[in-house]
Write a protein that binds this ligand. Structure first.
Ligand SMILES: NC(=O)c1ccc[n+]([C@@H]2O[C@H](COP(=O)([O-])OP(=O)(O)OC[C@H]3O[C@@H](n4cnc5c(N)ncnc54)[C@H](OP(=O)(O)O)[C@@H]3O)[C@@H](O)[C@H]2O)c1
Length: 279
């Protein structure tokens, strides 16, 4: 089978009833992806835990962009929350022609810490949110997209998933899963008219570094290295909605250079470099 199976995908523009579902759409990269989509007249379903922030974004976007917005406050690190979210979206469809045609699996968090000393609840929540809920949502919404022969799935991986990173063992392994899972899925789903994209940002300005206790790390201090959430979002949306999107979108020039060099580096070097940058 030829890799140019991708070429069957046409650019995706919203029609009446088209919605984009963005997890983690209240802050950071997810918020900016939602904003870029709103400028393109996509109706939105935004999911995050903080209902106040979701309400603020919804009222701001409704006024500025004249689009339909649904907010669904949920904790996606709870087992079964993917199915619960899917059921909530199904309920929204009663009396409307709402269809999720773009799924953005963005919600996620990292922790930079010694694995043995980390709280097990934190580790399990990270695996649940970054891996399991993302997979569950991809399956539930992806099935409808392939049946309709139309749709896009944008899964947020990371350059942190290119190599195992000591002190970010669970995070880097989780993002490696997202990177590999999404690329394989693109091959499966593209012939059915569904574009699947693995976004790989590097260090990006958002609440992520603070939450991961990484604000003082070399990675987030290197001049010219940290991208804005808006820049990442613009690259991501342009790539994802375009014709025949390739399955990987590494954002930022420096990250793209790293992505090319990475397979040539000995694993031990890549691990050490990751460790140094994350400290
Ligand atoms: N920033 C970076 O340097 C960087 C680099 C590479 C990849 N990434 C990836 O990019 C994605 C977005 O990160 P970000 O930088 O935008 O981080 P962020 O600023 O912390 O935003 C995270 C978003 O996800 C939501 N969220 C977090 N935990 C959640 C949960 N349990 N259930 C539902 N929603 C939840 C947050 O809202 P609530 O807190 O209200 O729930 C927020 O809207 C993540 O997958 C991250 O791994 C980030």
């Amino acid at each position: 089978m030829a890799w140019n199976r991708e070429r069957r995908i046409k650019p995706l523009c919203p029609k009446s009833g088209s919605y984009a579902l963005v997890t983690g759409g209240s802050e950071g990269i997810g918020l900016e992806i939602a904003r870029v989509l709103a400028t393109k007249k996509w109706n939105l379903i935004l999911v995050a835990r903080n209902v106040k922030k979701l309400n603020k974004v919804a009222s701001e976007f409704k006024e500025e962009f004249s689009i339909e917005i649904e907010i669904l406050p949920m904790d996606l690190s709870v087992p079964g929350s993917g199915k619960e979210l899917y059921n909530k979206v199904t309920n929204l469809r009663v009396n409307s022609d709402l269809r999720v045609e773009l799924l953005v699996n963005n919600a996620g968090f990292g922790a930079f810490s010694n694995f043995a000393e980390e709280k097990i609840t934190q580790i399990v929540a990270m695996v649940q949110l970054n891996i399991l809920t993302l997979t569950e949502l991809t399956h539930l919404f992806g099935k409808h997209m392939t049946e309709r022969g139309r749709g896009r799935i944008l899964n947020i991986g990371s350059v942190a998933g290119f190599a195992p990173i000591p002190l970010a063992a669970v995070y880097s392994a989780g993002k490696s899963y997202v990177n590999f899972f999404t690329r394989a899925l693109a091959y499966e789903m593209n012939p059915h008219g569904v574009g699947v994209v693995n976004l790989c940002p590097g260090a990006t300005k958002s609440q992520f570094a603070k939450r991961a206790d990484m604000e003082e790390s070399l990675l987030f201090k290197l001049p010219g290295f940290v991208q804005s959430s808006r820049a990442v979002a613009e690259e991501a949306v342009a790539h994802t909605l375009g014709a025949a999107p390739s399955c990987v979108c590494v954002t930022g020039r420096l990250n793209q250079i790293f992505a090319i060099l990475n397979p040539m580096l000995p694993l031990s070097f890549a691990m050490q470099a990751g460790h140094v940058l994350f400290v």
